[in-house]
Design a protein around this ligand. Sequence first.
Ligand code: BYC
Length: 328
Amino acid sequence: MYTTELDKSPAGQPVTIEDPELLAKFEARVAADDFIEPKDWMPEAYRRTLVRQISQHAHSEIVGMLPEGNWLTRAPSLKRKAILLAKIQDEGGHGLYLYCAAETLGTSREEMIDALHSGKAKYSTIFNYPTLNWADIGAIGWLVDGAAIMNQVPLQRTSYGPYARAMVRICKEESFHQRQGYDLLLEMVNGTPEQKAMAQDALNRWWWPALMMFGPPDENSPNTAQSLRWRIKRETNDELRQKFVDATVPQADLLGLSVPDPDLKWNEERGHYDFGEIDWAEFYAVVKGQGPVAQERMSERRAAWDDGAWVRDAADAHAAKHAARAAA
Ligand code: BYC
């Protein structure tokens, strides 16, 4: 334990001195696309990066239930209500798989939840925007879950086994979520002119926040380079954002809706869409907790936790009873 690993810690994290032999073996395994498992040796900074990313991802799933839950009682038909209910339950499940994956790294569920509720931990910026009308539910499915899939499909090959395996089921479910959102909007654009206008309004408001979900541009992303080396991330923020724009613009065309970006243009030479500059000042303000409904989301989240205390207590009492019976 005597060498320094000066260049291996992501920005802002303390540097840990690691055993060079263990480190070399670890790096060779990552380079060979082996999965790293919970009991395997791993550098401390790798563990910390995973806990940060997986727990933030879990928090996003849980906080993401709130803007949609808001619309359950106002769904326009039984069919739409059943679909929305199933989707929100899926999101809760995603949060649980991800918290479990993070727990395998030695962090307790309580620590993670405390970090969320105290405002120390981040969750996706996208959930700090309000859901103003029913078309927003379609836009969330189409754009938010669409962006999530784009980011999460490569995470099925992330180097940490429990995270990669959690992503397999999550991606399958996200794909249904994206389809239901698109289907909802397809129905609205083929409805009355007012319904089509609502769909356009939702696209106008959700487009740019959806592009921000991929994180800062690569040159301003402190974590990407190291996360790529460790194969935690498999593609950069900008690569995934570009893929999302390329896949989504034709879908907007099919809906007969226009993407709110005057600079959006197909670039024949690059084989990609060029798009306008994202408002990064807005992104960083939202990351810092200044999103339009950030305070409302967190107080709703804390209230949901407090209201659910009796369920956790009942589950603990049930488990204790079973353990006592088994011991007897
Ligand atoms: N929002 O160096 P960077 C869902 C932070 S849930 C907030 O590029 P990294 C859904 C970043 O954390 C979808 N913060 O970081 C659920 C870092 O700060 P820290 C959630 C953001 O980690 C319910 C700093 O900015 N998906 O879809 O290499 C209903 C610098 O960034 C954001 C995931 O969580 C943001 N948008 O890359 C419907 C996917 N962007 O931590 C839908 C897993 C950046 O150093 N996560 N920051 O203090 C990832 O893939 C990566 O963590 C990110 C960021 C691409 C998000």
